[in-house]
Write a protein that binds this ligand. Structure first.
Ligand code: AMP
Length: 143
């Protein structure tokens, strides 16, 4: 199974922000949309960073309320690991486990075309296991 299959089900919309948006604006957006990470895009639409709730907790622990007026570019992770639509779900699980992060932007020809979270992967995995179980039940019932 590849990421394109998951995007077909969950859709391709990605919440993004600009590098000069403030930490307050990022926190508002994360809360409103009930999501865990936002992809930061530059002028040309390319991925320049990612910020997750974990980064917000860290900067607030370090700076307190002053953190809220900082630009997100000072807080985000700049070395973003991305995947493509043809990346397998198994590879994604390995990338998330090794990198210790729960979000992966999907990029095709330099363009952001989606995002997958660990929640999407778990949901997909459960559906696959349920399908296997019902196929096996059918096999044993007829066998
Ligand atoms: P998360 O588990 O996604 O909340 O993120 C944990 C940490 O990894 C945070 O510092 C994020 O900025 C960073 N992070 C999240 N996703 C990625 C990614 N795809 N590539 C690199 N770093 C990431």
């Amino acid at each position: 199974m590849i990421i394109a299959n998951i995007l077909k089900v969950k859709g391709r919309s990605v919440t993004t922000a600009r590098p000069d948006d403030t930490v307050q604006e990022i926190a508002d957006r994360l809360a409103q949309r009930k999501i865990g990470a936002i992809v930061i895009v530059g002028g040309g639409g390319s991925v320049t960073g990612i910020i997750s709730e974990r980064d917000l907790i860290r900067v607030i622990a370090q700076r307190g309320a002053d953190a809220l007026s900082m630009p997100v570019s000072e807080v985000m992770t700049r070395e973003v690991v991305v995947c493509g639509e043809a990346t397998s779900v198994d590879d994604i699980m390995e990338m998330m486990t090794n990198g210790r992060f729960r979000h992966l932007p999907v990029v095709e020809e330099g363009r952001l075309v989606g995002i997958v979270s660990i929640g999407d992967i778990v949901k997909h995995h459960i559906a696959e296991v349920e399908l296997e179980v019902s196929a096996m039940r059918g096999y044993f019932a007829t066998g």
